[in-house]
Ligand binder design. Structure first.
Ligand code: MCA
Length: 489
């Protein structure tokens, strides 16, 4: 069982159907996507990259990048995509951790592992073999063989690689297509990055299962979205997409006349944003809930009441319970930790068996760390994420990673990084710093520039004499969050 074989069968039946419609570039049909995937699969073979080998990928969003993902699946290699915003030291961490057989990047990168690019120039993967050999079969894979590793940052500041299997990806793709009523005439408008679960697995797999067209935008641009709505039926996005669209005067019910569904995830969609969107367009956004470790867990219904501020019901085949600290279900309506079990749940953290063991119960439930409630009907509401976590524009930022780097600045005595409300990103990162000399936004920004992805960097640095602490000496971040709640608005 290789999920690629499933996709490829659908692609070959729809060889003339548009696959990736790219504004400003040549469109690719599904037939073309199969050919380019084949070409890249051969290039991987030539470099002796095969089943189980990791391919670490940091490239811009292009059709070629999609073909590379498919080629990795096809050859049984493990696809490890990372954010294009990561700096060199961040990428080096991933190289050391996953020990890739190949690193694919957009420009030169000095390192001890093999490096290739995708741009079609000399020595690149795309400059590789000719196209007229007979196509190879997808390498056969067992259900629990790895298809991908998706890194997510952690409380300790060290990223953990979530190991996702072919069976995880396939089961979630099938479940989502059914839950969202994917149709043969659906056209997905895709503006998410493709290095995360949302843009790569949730969005693309719904289209790939059915070989339906994807309008493929390199990034989010509200005007470009509005231009392409008349040829699309489904948008998947983070809440920032929807608040930005509502800010556009040209975005209204008429602009959405051809649309069927707007889906939101990766960050909480506020009731206010849900309401503003409905008022403007008549559409009730369908909010769903997932994580890198579990793919999608719950969804508001396609038919039936979509309730603002809730993430809907457990998806078919997925068990969700709200549990106390011992893993026992709490009474209906009470707050507890959301725990998940099902074919969507990952195999564990890459090379972190102890960490993996800590986060699973004996009966196979994964402890998400998110707090929620479930009502009598089974509808789930998230009432609190991991205390420390900042979710900015759909990206997770763990303060510890940012604090550790800020604390390296000689003048800094200590720092506390928090998330505060941000009109565009939902939350924005702010650093509160105790220093013995001059420390300001410029100094912090200069220190972090080449060390930390831009979206993780503080939007503001606040200098204080002391950090508030409780009787145990722990920094009271809630006090800081309250005090600086308006600083980014
Ligand atoms: C860009 N910037 C950000 C962010 N994005 N800062 C904080 N948070 C962000 N998310 C910075 C830029 O570096 C730039 O900095 C400044 O903000 C303005 O950039 P702008 O051009 O306006 O931003 P953009 O390119 O339009 O990007 C915003 C975005 C993007 C479209 C919301 O962040 C995005 O695509 N987010 C989606 C993330 C996502 O896919 N998450 C899914 C993972 P300066 O000007 O200072 O240089 S979670 C997931 O997969 C789970 C499983 C799930 O359930 O879905």
């Amino acid at each position: 069982m290789n999920i690629h074989a499933r996709f490829e069968a659908a692609f070959l039946r729809a060889a003339d159907t548009p696959a990736l419609l790219c504004p400003g570039r040549e469109d690719w049909s599904y037939g073309r996507l199969v050919e380019e995937t084949e070409r890249l699969a051969r290039a991987l073979d030539e470099r002796q990259v095969g089943a189980g080998d990791r391919v670490l990928v940091q490239v811009e969003k292009t059709p070629e990048a999609v073909a590379l993902y498919l080629a990795c699946l096809k050859t049984g290699a493990v696809y490890v995509p990372i954010n294009t915003a990561y700096t060199k030291p961040e990428v080096e961490y991933f190289i050391d951790d996953c020990e890739p057989a190949l690193l694919v990047v957009d420009s030169d990168f000095e390192t001890h592992v093999s490096v290739a690019t995708l741009d079609g120039g000399r020595g690149t993967l795309l400059a590789s073999p000719s196209r007229d050999l007979p196509a190879a079969k997808s390498v056969s894979r067992a259900d629990d063989d790895l298809a991908a590793i998706i890194y997510s940052s952690g409380t300790t500041g060290r990223s953990k690689g979530a190991m996702l299997t072919h069976a995880n990806l396939l089961s979630n793709a099938e479940t989502l297509c059914a839950a969202w009523g994917w149709r043969d005439d659906d056209v997905l408008l895709h503006a998410l990055p493709i290095f995360h679960v949302h843009g790569l697995f949730v969005a693309l797999h719904c289209a790939f299962q059915n070989a339906t067209p994807v309008v493929f935008h390199a990034g989010f641009d509200a005007e470009a979205i509005i231009r392409d709505l008349p040829r699309s039926t489904v948008v998947m996005g983070v809440p920032t997409f929807y608040t930005r669209l509502v800010n556009e005067p040209a975005f209204d019910a008429a602009a959405c006349a051809h649309m069927r569904l707007f889906i939101s995830g990766s960050a909480p969609l506020t009731e206010q944003a849900f309401g503003a969107f409905e008022e403007r367009t008549g559409f009730r956004i369908l909010e769903r809930y997932g994580m890198s470790e579990t793919l999608m867990n719950t969804s508001n219904p396609l038919d039936g009441e979509r309730v603002a501020g809730t993430v809907g019901f457990a998806l078919p085949g997925v068990d969700v319970r709200i549990a106390d600290e011992a893993g026992s279900p709490v009474p209906t309506g009470e707050v507890g930790t959301i725990e998940v079990r099902g074919p969507n749940v990952f195999k564990g953290y890459w090379r972190m068996p102890e960490r993996t063991a800590e986060e699973f119960r004996g009966d196979g439930f994964f402890v998400t760390g998110d707090l929620g409630t479930m009502d009598a009907e089974g509808r789930i509401t998230i009432v609190g994420r991991d205390k420390d976590l900042v979710i900015s524009g759909g990206y997770n930022v763990y303060p510890k990673e940012v604090e550790t780097l800020i604390d390296e600045i000689p003048e800094v005595v200590e720092s506390a990084v928090i998330g505060v409300p941000h009109a565009d990103f939902g939350e924005g990162v702010v650093a509160v710093v105790v220093a013995r000399g001059r420390v300001d936004d410029e100094l912090v920004s200069a220190h972090l520039k080449d060390r930390l992805a831009r979206y993780k960097q503080p939007k503001r640095v606040i200098r204080v004499d002391d950090l508030p602490r409780n009787a145990m000496g722990k920094v009271q971040k809630n006090v800081l969050r309250q005090k600086y709640a308006d600083i980014l608005s």
